[in-house]
Design a protein around this ligand. Sequence first.
Ligand code: ZN
Ligand code: ZN
Ligand code: ZN
Length: 500
Amino acid sequence: METICPIDLRCANEISALLTPPSSPEVQEYFDGLLSTRQCRDIGVKQDGGFGKGAYAASEFKEGELVLKDQMLVGAQHSSNKIDCLVCSFCFRFIGSIELQIGRRLYLQQLGASVNHDCDMETYSYTSKDCRETDSSDDDDYSLTKTSKKLGECTSGSSKTKLPLPDGIVESLMNSHLMLPYSNMFSLPQAVPCPGGCGEAYYCSSSCAEADWETSHSLLCTGERSDSVCREALLKFLQHADETNDIFILAAKAICSTILKYHKLKATKLEGQEKYVRANASDHCVLSLLLEAWKPISMGHKKRWWDCIALPDDVNSSDETAFRMQIRELAFRSLQLLKEAVFDKECEPLFSLEIYGHVIGMFELNNLDLVVASPVENYFLYIDDLPYHEKQEAEKITKPLLDALGEDYALCCQGTAFFPLQSCMNHSCCPNAKAFKREEDRDGQATIIALTPICKGEEVTISYVDEDLPFEDRQASLADYGFICRCPKCIEEEETVRES
Ligand SMILES: [Zn+2]
Ligand SMILES: [Zn+2]
Ligand SMILES: [Zn+2]
């Protein structure tokens, strides 16, 4: 039996307005506007006759040159990764200090939180396709594998034996009584706690704290100053997302940011108007304003999550209908919890299963890894590179820490995010650009670098999969994104495959 969402019926007209794709001039205006706010040199977004979008070079790029830095629309750190690194909840920069990063992680490891943090998949199983090794990587390259493809997450606890530290060391690292040698070379912004009092979110600055509060956290904060309707329901929603799929957190952020923006637009609009108009309009949804607030989400390519999610390898095709139904039920359960937590009568259409399914589907189709390299890794590498005598001295203190941390001594911040401009970039198995973090890129923004010289007018392409995989494997991975690749490399290799 398919569950029926009453809001789907009640708000059918509003929902269809929200899901109508924006017109071509609206799309152009939106992306031109976005580009003017980004650090990029001469790229443009063009629409190819209603089929889709693409990013094009408006002037020549040299190999290795920065093409674009894109800011995320929404993003979230994987919940399991929160044990490993403390980052700003808004820009995902590492915060605190090297001592705090190490001490906190060892403390949480001692609590056993990091050990055997298995994916708890109740309703269906999915194996994490690419639990990437993040330790000792020699560059900060990050893969473009769409994160939503892996419902599971990398476990952070390494199985190798870790050597315990003497009593008190972890505490003195955390309360900054113990200063590590040379750590002042790697200073980090001080952690600013969430003003809502949740004790969960920390920021690199009060401006990030404010921005996050205004964007979505005021509704999603579990602290006492939260603006949510029910904090208990919110906790349940978050727990459900932790146990099933963090894509729900992104969807909640998208919904909440639309609600908050709607109220801001309405307040601005009503400012000059007469009092009686204000009273009349109090709980009536002003559709034009809701559509305006929804605009950034309306620009993303969308399908219902349960329709577009790739069938996992271990699910038989004869069970496909049942699987998709299960996914739909899972989304409905999450939506019920979210609705209890942050429902807003004026924005009721946003709480329909139809909208929720499409928002999650948009993330499923367009999500990218959010990765920020750990300064702890750079710190230990620095110590390792010191001249012999200094290194000997420093290692008296740092070596036991390294042993206690174990093999994965410096995991990077990992999460998932939606980058509006990057998601316009099309795939090629011989791409001319790639997401590549440089030394100066310390936050969660996406950085796109030219891999080869790019001519004026040429399309900027990136690879959604590992382009070194064999032809069939690439095609199989790309099928999850809903297309067959016809890039030069694929056309050439297809012939070779056919001939053999
Ligand atoms: Zn920040
Ligand atoms: Zn908070
Ligand atoms: Zn290809």
